[in-house]
Design a protein around this ligand. Sequence first.
Ligand code: HEC
Length: 237
Amino acid sequence: MKTIIYALFVGLISITSSQVMATSGGLHLDTVEIDITDQASLQRGAKTFVNYCLSCHQASFMRYNRMAKDLGLTDEQVKQNLMFASEKIGDTMTVAMRADDAKKWFGVTPPDLSVTSRSRGTDWLYTYLRTFYIDDAKIMGTNNLAFKDVGMPHVLWQQQGYLKNDVETGHLDTDTKGSQTTQEYNAMIADLVNFMAYIGEPSKIQRLALAKWVLLYLFVFFLVAYPMKKAFWKDIH
Ligand code: HEC
């Protein structure tokens, strides 16, 4: 019995650790600061997401009216800036393209991005969205450092321009300049990843707010409970 338990335990450990290996895959990930309470950053990220990602991907767990509330926007502002005319404020963030068309065009259906920030991690996303590079062997003309042979085109090429992979140094260098500097592009991607972290776990905002009250409650409770405990035990010591 003991050996069976031991075997199961070892098996479990190796499964989890091999998954960790698979997600990082030896690639160096750049780190990004995430703050889902920063509404200005979330608003900028939402705009990029809606303009450049929602045409192919959906975020089917996210409703527009919930997003309005969490991002500090009115329903009207969201309707005007972040939604297609045909959508209603209570709708989820679905996609214009039909799944079977997408499959035909890209060979794969673009996955739903509702929880990608959790499955891949925010550092991975930050790295992925900044490391598309020219690869003439690919139909899309680009490849990606974090996701080899990815079926997604470099959709933000206008902003970032094109990078080329220097085989000798292993670094990505600018091939064609985009409309943004590297710093501006990194900041835009950080906001986008922040937004994706938010849609991965929207109730976290409420939880963070609640946590403050819980801590305050515990503190006040302690102020009451401690003198009480002392009073109760006074005669026993
Ligand atoms: C033209 C369509 C298209 C657009 C626009 C697009 N993507 Fe993609 N994306 C894809 C396809 C197709 C895949 C699947 C690639 C594969 O599996 O090879 C993908 C994959 C991904 C993945 C990997 C998901 C995973 O865990 O495997 C992420 C993350 C992603 N896209 C994020 C984005 C973001 C963020 C944007 C907006 C800046 C965006 N995409 C815009 C088509 C698109």
